[in-house]
Design a protein around this ligand. Structure first.
Ligand SMILES: [Zn+2]
Length: 449
């Protein structure tokens, strides 16, 4: 005895397991943060456990946001009118603010980011940013799971670059054997702002720590133009040549990958992370998702930063993806709703190397799960509507009532348990005021900026 067993009961359980099991009136039995069994309620008649009957709720795996930059909540609203998916737009819309940012401004921004993700049903995310050592403690305190990529932007300055590599290495060392947070390496974009020796140093570091790479790829064709000019091949072929496709890699956007390169990506441990809101807001074309799936390329979904999105709600993101693909292909439902839900659960878990731990509700996995209120607008009529269609097109993240990560409640009945949201928002407002004042001082000192 002494083992903590909890039986969660709910009206609907969407497992996302390999068989696509959906149960009506069912239970999820948990023990020490691990799922022991998922089955109809009758199966648990004699089970000894603390019972929590959630009633009119839908239980499903916690969602996974496969591409974020959590400190950038600090800049939400500041880059309107800039395309952040071009080097020039990113520099003028974001980089000028980043130069005025201090590490002290990061924790409140990350806190608000985590709170918004939890509130809308996300339990895990893949983040990419510099100053990652100032991000990790806040994520840990929020109780979320995360793949944290130490951002490295080369500014053509060897000293700054060597400093960034050293900081990235210390960060990776600090997360060795960590069950909650995993360390990744985040070259902002290969070729565009990282030179070959830089990329090679990053690959060596990834190998030394068995870390994955989290990059941006193919938002505007800049990499292909650069690689064709310098190496005579496309960016994907150059990545293959230098060994960048030999290890786990997730790449945000992938809007303009030449179709002939899709087979190369399908053969690699590579996942394309689509973030349609940010791309649509930047006026960029839609990724060829239908073709990618047909070619066997792995895909998952992310929100990208909320300066460009401007929301962390993955339910909204799923809906936008489905509608965008129908619009792109000129046909209804070119991507099945179930596939879109997989892109924030099982497929996303596989992308970040956690498929054996999270992504579905089944025996042996960690207890990362969320509950949605079946009385929220959009679920009726429940006997007619396919549940995946409801999740993608009819409801929003505000239907989420309860969130558990690794067996710990992060939200119960709509109340956040690990973050004081109002205090975090007030700290973010203060950080923003300081940011604006610093930017004004910097601009006054060098008016050309
Ligand atoms: Zn991004």
């Amino acid at each position: 005895m002494g083992v903590m067993r909890t039986l969660l009961l709910a009206d609907v359980v969407v497992t996302m397991d390999a068989h696509g099991h959906i149960y009506r009136d069912a239970g999820v039995l948990l023990e020490d943060g691990r799922i022991v069994e998922v089955a109809p309620r009758a199966r648990f008649a004699d089970t000894e456990a603390d019972r929590l009957d959630l009633g009119q709720r839908l239980l499903m795996p916690g969602l996974i946001n496969a591409h974020t930059h959590t400190p950038m909540t600090l800049f939400r609203g500041l880059a309107e009118g800039y395309s952040l998916l071009t080097l020039e737009g990113w520099f003028n819309g974001i980089r000028v603010w980043e130069m005025a940012m201090t590490p002290e401004m990061i924790p409140p921004a990350v806190s608000v980011s985590c709170a918004e993700m939890i509130r809308t049903g996300t339990t895990c995310f893949a983040d990419q940013y510099f100053h990652m050592e100032h991000i990790a403690p806040t994520v840990r305190a929020a109780g979320m799971r995360a793949a944290l990529a130490y951002g490295i932007v080369e500014v053509g300055d060897d000293h700054a670059h060597n400093w960034a590599l050293g900081a990235a290495e210390s960060f990776l060392a600090s997360l060795r054997d960590d069950g909650q947070l995993s360390g990744w390496i985040g070259p902002h974009a290969l070729f565009v702002d990282n030179r070959l020796p830089t990329i090679q140093a990053e690959l060596a570091l990834a190998d030394a720590y068995a870390a994955g790479l989290h990059i941006h790829l193919s938002t505007s064709g800049e990499e292909d133009a650069y690689c064709l000019r310098h190496y005579g091949v496309t960016a994907v072929q150059q990545m293959k040549r230098i060994g960048a496709l030999d290890r786990r890699i997730i790449a945000a956007h992938c809007l303009t990958i030449p179709e002939a390169d899709l087979a190369t990506l399908a053969a690699a441990p590579f996942t394309a992370i689509l973030a349609p809101s940010a791309c649509m807001r930047a006026g960029r074309p839609a990724a060829p998702l239908k073709r990618m799936l047909a070619e066997g390329v792995r895909v998952a979904l992310g929100t990208d930063n909320v300066t460009a999105n401007n929301s962390y709600d993955l339910f909204k993101e799923m809906q936008i993806l489905g509608k965008l693909m129908a619009y792109r292909e000129g046909e209804p439902n070119p991507i099945p709703a179930k596939t879109i839900v997989e892109m924030v659960t099982t497929r996303a878990a596989e992308a970040i190397g956690l498929a054996d731990r999270i992504g579905s509700l089944e025996a042996g996995k960690r207890a990362d799960l969320i509950a949605l209120d079946l009385d929220a607008p959009g679920f009726a009529p429940r006997n007619a509507q396919d549940v995946y269609t409801a999740l993608v097109y009819a409801v929003s993240g505000l239907a989420v009532t309860d969130v558990m990560c690794d067996g710990r409640w992060l939200m119960r009945d709509g109340r956040l348990l690990t973050i004081d949201y109002r205090a975090a928002c007030e700290a973010l407002e203060a950080a923003f005021d300081e940011l604006r004042a610093r930017r004004a001082r910097l601009t006054a000192e060098s008016p050309g900026r």
